[in-house]
Design a binder for this molecule. Structure first.
Ligand code: GCB
Length: 686
């Protein structure tokens, strides 16, 4: 159980003393940092000291909450009470123990929806731009029947750091947003009375958090205030971003299920499974049933001891990506019934899974032995009002749009997306490049390395059973030209491959290939480049050759498959300019088209495996003069309406499906009728 004495939020120190004293402290701190940095640098240079890996943390449990004959699930989503701390006193609520009574008895509260970011819910810039802690609270009852069960409290994600109390008892603490955590609360629950859950959420990002940020103090009209700085290009939304669940398990329960699927030479599916029960008792035994989509039993296995076994699916229907097969995204269900010596079927858990193979070479990446060509997007979890809050209407709409446009993949730029979205990807056949939350990685330190590795460990633990996940991305645009980047990423890559050797690893690199120290550790090289936007702005005649040369250079240097993980142009919907001019819809379409030419040239050279537009939809960023209402590189607006480029991209993605994946049932409205002659030309091209 965490110790309350360690709980004071990380930015409190800025306000414990008077201003001049702070200046003095800061001067001394800066001097110390400078000296330490200098000494550290000398140590690195002279002795070549390496970053050490330290202690690796291991996640346990966290099966997605699902009902069964032995489990009940209750949602705690809804409207919670909410209070923002005074920015200058982020620990006030802790000192005054607000968690011991109703939040409204300690401070002013307002209504706050869960799940949602809190930033855009109220009309107050102080909430939107808040730095530090906020409080959430709600009440709930649990039925008496739960008294004989274990009761768990599970959060899909609280950004960035969370402390959770049940009826005044601290039950959980978790760092790193975008990832789930849970805790058993059986002994803290009142079964006959009302219960209270209180959450403290801290959004502060430091140089050792994932992603990194920095708190600086600045003068304002209201005195000195902390400002959160970060280099990444999306708004640091915060709050309880994903669903909160209460669920029950029996006393002895299934804690984890780990799957490892393959296809044998006769086309049978091989499903390796490992079941972990909480009691680790070797007298446990389990029955494992595999069902096909039509609910027919296709294999049954009985295991005991280590609860490890292999099921076989005759003539397996493989999981294929969207448009790569006439029956994509085929999912089976595994049903696990755990028994103990004392009781049969104590716990039952079911989950869907797919069977597919992944292989990669120096030039290609294969799914079910067929080369993959990614037609995809970089995305964000972002929308108006909700920020990064999970929203099923939005999720469903986004997957409908992905299918409408003919995409077969996206990267979870730049952090793990919701578990529900991973389930959607499995169901829709969308391949996922699954990214951990490390963005613009810099100022390498041991603590950062531990957190970075922990973020990957939590991500892989959460997503390892999803057939849609085909690759891990270990960072976005890390500063891989800097001192220590080499040792740091050698360790991150080693650790990721150790956790999951069945998938290739990548990172989206923006550093020039001559100074980069990371690509050598990757299986697949992804690069981000904004030709005609950040470089040679407006020059549509300086795109195609540059893209071809850069991709070819990466392949020649490292002899690995290459994909372009970001390209694009900010575009204000409704702005039209001829000839094409930056920010106009014409410019975005023409800039895409220049990339398409490059991609087609690259495809014929054999090592180029995919294209990911930046971005699926417009999204909010920190306020800056380079952004008009946020980043406008979306192919869709923030409200998910298509810009002109969406129609162009749709044609290309379906044409590629037709050319590469023999998918010929194209949407009838792909080409609008213009003339008999044109229609003929379009058809001939396919
Ligand atoms: C990038 C980043 C992405 C930004 C994008 C841009 O390279 O990876 O997070 O949003 O550029 O539009 O500047």
């Amino acid at each position: 159980m965490p110790d309350l004495r360690n709980l004071f939020p990380r930015n409190e120190r800025y306000f414990q003393t008077s201003v001049w004293y702070c200046w003095l402290c800061q001067f001394i701190r800066s001097l110390t940092f400078f000296l330490m940095g200098f000494i550290g640098y000398m140590v690195n240079v002279v002795f070549g000291i390496m970053l050490v890996s330290g202690e690796d943390k291991i996640t346990e449990g966290l099966l997605y909450p699902r009902e069964s004959e032995t489990r009940e699930v209750r949602s705690l989503d809804g409207v919670w009470s909410f209070a923002k701390s005074d920015t200058k006193q982020p620990s006030e609520g802790l000192r005054e123990k607000w968690f011991l009574k109703d939040l409204a008895d300690s401070t002013n509260v307002i209504h706050m929806p869960v799940p949602s970011s809190y930033n855009d819910i109220v009309e107050d810039a102080a909430v939107r731009d808040h730095v530090g802690t906020v409080w959430y609270e709600r009440k709930f009852f649990v039925p008496k029947s739960w008294q004989t069960q274990r009761v768990w409290l599970r959060f899909g994600s609280v950004h960035y750091e969370a402390y959770v109390w049940i009826n005044g008892n601290l039950v959980a603490r978790h760092s790193i947003g975008h990832l789930p955590f849970e805790t058993e609360i059986t002994s803290h629950i009142n079964y006959a009375k009302e219960n209270r859950v209180t959450v403290l959420c801290d959004n502060v990002l430091l140089q050792t958090t994932i992603p990194q940020g920095k708190i600086v103090e600045q003068d304002s009209d209201n005195g000195r205030i902390p400002i959160q700085q970060y280099t990444f290009d999306f708004f640091n939304y915060a709050g309880i971003h994903r669903s909160v669940h209460l669920y029950t398990t029996p006393n002895t329960f299934i804690k984890e299920i780990i799957l490892d699927t393959d296809v044998d030479s006769e086309g049978n599916g091989i499903v390796g499974f490992r079941i972990i029960a909480n009691n680790n008792d070797t007298t446990n035994y389990a029955k494992v049933m595999i069902y096909d989509r039509e609910r027919n039993i296709v294999d049954t296995q009985a295991v005991d001891g280590s609860l490890t076994g292999t099921a076989t699916i005759r003539n397996v229907k493989k999981w294929w990506p969207y448009l790569m097969s006439s029956d994509p995204a085929y999912l089976y269900t595994i049903e696990v019934k755990l028994s103990t010596r004392a009781e049969e079927n104590v716990d039952v858990y079911r989950m869907k899974f797919g069977v597919r193979t992944l292989k990669w070479t120096n030039t290609s990446f294969l799914i079910n032995d067929k080369p993959i060509y990614f037609r995809g997007f970089g995305r964000h979890e972002d929308s108006d009002i909700r920020g990064k809050g999970l929203d099923f209407a939005l999720l469903t709409k986004d997957f409908n749009l992905l299918r409408w446009i003919g995409a077969n993949a996206y990267r979870t730029s730049h952090y793990p997306y919701s578990e529900e979205s991973m389930q959607f990807a499995d169901e829709h056949g969308i391949m996922i490049v699954d990214e951990c939350p490390s963005v613009d990685t810099d100022n390498y330190s041991n603590e950062l390395l531990l957190n970075h590795k922990f973020s990957l460990e939590q991500l892989i633990h959460r997503d390892r059973n999803h057939p849609s996940v085909v690759m891990w991305s270990i960072a976005n645009e890390p500063r891989t030209q800097k001192t220590n980047a080499d040792q740091y990423f050698a360790e991150v890559a080693r650790y990721t491959k150790l956790l999951d050797p069945s998938r290739p690893i990548t990172a989206a690199i923006a550093v020039h290939m001559n100074s980069d120290e990371l690509a050598k550790y990757l299986d697949i090289i992804s690069f981000n480049r904004y030709n005609a936007w950040y470089t040679n702005t407006g020059r549509l005649d300086m795109v195609t050759n540059n893209v071809v040369n850069e991709a070819t250079g990466w392949h020649e240097k490292h002899n690995k498959p290459v994909l372009m993980s970001e390209y694009g142009a900010d575009t204000v919907e409704g702005l039209h300019m001829l000839p094409a001019y930056v920010w106009s819809e014409e410019f975005q379409s023409q800039q895409f088209s220049k990339h398409f030419e490059a991609f087609d040239r690259l495809r014929s050279s054999g090592f180029f495996i995919g294209e990911f537009v930046w971005n699926f939809a417009d999204f909010k960023t920190a306020q800056t003069y380079t952004r008009v209402g946020g980043n406008k590189k979306g192919v869709f607006t923030r409200n998910r309406q298509p810009k002109a480029s969406a129609h162009l991209l749709r044609k290309r993605y379906f044409e590629l499906a037709s050319e590469l994946d023999n998918y010929h049932t194209l949407p009838t409205n792909l080409y609008e009728y213009t003339s008999q002659n044109q229609k003929q030309l379009d058809r001939n091209e396919l």
